[in-house]
Design a protein around this ligand. Structure first.
Ligand SMILES: [Zn+2]
Ligand SMILES: [Zn+2]
Length: 334
C-alpha cells in the first residue's frame, strides 16, 4: 500500500510502499477513502509533540470503510463506513476515564501522532476511536467534519448559548466557515468577523446575518452596538485578535478559544470581573461527539468547503493548507 510519511522532525513528505497492517485485539483495519489535512498535522511534520516516534504517518480526519475486524470486536462490522478524528483512543482505566471523561484521558491517543494516521491507503484503529458515518455523507465531506467540524459544533453546543442569542465567529477559514454554518443552524444570530471586505458575501451565504471587517472597524465596538456577544468563537490562531475581542462580550459572555496559537492572550482582570465574562478553551470531543456532528450535518445540510488532492500529492496539499491558501479544507483522496 501507499503511505505518505514523515521520517524525522521537520522532514519532507515521502511516498513509500508498506505492507498492509493487520488489526490486533479490539482494533479494526480501515480502507481509507479520504483524510483531511489539518493545521495540527504540523505537530507531526515539525516534531512539536513530545515523544513522537518516526517515521510517522500524519492525519486525524479519516473517513473510510472497515476492511478487516480484529479479535474481540463486537459492535463494528466488515464493510461499515467509519471515521476517526482527533480522539484516537483512551485507556478506560485512568482516573478521568473512570469518571467518564474520556477526552481528558491521561493516556489519550491521537491518530497521526501516537500511531500512524490517515495519510495512507489502510490504517489500523482501536474500536474506541470509531465513529459511524451516515449514508448520505461522502467520505470527502465527512473527513473535515471529524476535526474542524466536531470542534466548532461541540464548542458551540456546550457554550450555554440559546436560540436567538448573539454569537460571533471570529475568522472565516477552515474552522470558521463551519462554525458560522453550525451557529446559524443552532438558531443563533450570527456575526462573522473577518479581515477584509472580501469574505462578507461568503459569510452571509454560510449563515451570518452581520459581517464585521476587523480591518475597517473596531469589532468589539461593533459587537457592543449589537448588544454584546453571548459567545465569541475565536477560530483564527491570533492571540492579538482574540485579546481585542474580549470587550465585545456582553454580560456573562464567553470567549471560546479554538484557534491554536502559542503566544498569550492579554486580558485585564477587570475586563472579566465587570459583566462576569470568561475565556475558555475547547478541544474536539469523543467519537460519540463525532457521530453527533456527522448526523447533525447530514440533517441540517452543513458541509465543509473542500479542495481535494490525491495521496501522492500530500506535500502539495499540506503546503496549500499551511500557507493559508486553502478554501477551506484540504482533503487527500486515496
Ligand atoms: Zn485537527
Ligand atoms: Zn484514561
Amino acid at each position: 500500500m501507499k503511505v505518505a510519511q514523515i521520517s524525522k522532525p521537520g522532514g519532507e513528505f515521502e511516498i513509500v510502499e508498506r505492507e498492509v497492517p493487520k488489526p490486533g485485539v479490539r482494533q479494526v483495519r480501515i480502507k481509507v477513502q479520504a483524510c483531511g489535512i489539518c493545521h495540527s498535522d504540523a505537530l507531526t511534520k515539525d516534531g512539536a509533540w513530545q515523544g513522537i516516534q518516526y517515521p510517522r504517518v500524519p492525519g486525524h480526519e479519516i473517513a473510510g470503510v472497515i476492511d478487516e475486524v480484529g479479535a474481540d470486536v463486537s459492535a463494528w462490522r466488515l464493510g461499515q463506513r467509519v471515521g476517526v478524528g482527533w480522539h484516537g483512543g483512551h485507556d478506560g482505566t485512568c482516573r478521568e476515564c473512570r469518571r467518564g471523561d474520556f477526552r481528558n484521558c491521561e493516556n489519550v491517543k491521537i491518530p497521526g501522532i501516537s500511531y500512524d494516521g490517515g495519510y495512507q491507503q489502510y490504517m489500523v484503529a482501536p474500536v474506541e476511536a470509531l465513529a459511524a458515518i451516515p449514508e448520505s455523507l461522502s467520505a470527502v465531506e465527512a473527513a473535515p467534519l471529524l476535526c474542524a467540524g466536531i470542534t466548532t459544533y461541540n464548542a458551540l453546543r456546550h457554550s450555554g448559548a440559546m436560540p436567538g442569542d448573539l454569537i460571533a465567529v471570529e475568522g472565516v477559514g477552515g474552522l470558521g466557515h463551519l462554525g458560522i454554518q453550525f451557529a446559524n443552524k443552532f438558531g443563533y444570530k450570527v456575526v462573522a468577523i473577518g479581515r477584509g471586505a472580501d469574505n462578507a458575501t461568503l459569510a452571509k451565504k454560510l449563515g451570518a446575518s452581520v459581517y464585521i471587517d476587523s480591518t475597517a472597524a473596531n469589532a468589539s465596538e461593533e459587537l457592543q452596538k449589537l448588544g454584546g456577544a453571548q459567545v465569541i468563537l475565536a477560530t483564527a490562531p491570533s492571540s492579538k485578535a482574540m485579546s481585542e475581542l474580549i470587550n465585545g462580550l456582553g454580560p456573562n459572555g464567553k470567549l471560546i478559544v479554538i484557534g491554536a496559537a502559542f503566544d498569550p492572550i492579554e486580558v485585564a482582570p477587570v475586563q472579566l470581573i465587570l459583566g462576569n465574562r470568561s475565556v475558555q478553551g475547547w478541544a474536539a470531543g469523543t467519537p460519540a461527539d463525532s457521530e453527533d456532528t456527522l448526523n447533525f450535518s447530514e440533517l441540517s445540510g452543513v458541509r465543509p468547503m473542500i479542495e481535494t488532492y490525491p495521496l501522492e500529492k500530500a506535500a502539495e496539499g499540506y503546503a496549500r493548507m499551511i500557507g493559508g491558501h486553502a478554501r477551506f479544507r484540504v482533503v487527500l483522496t486515496m
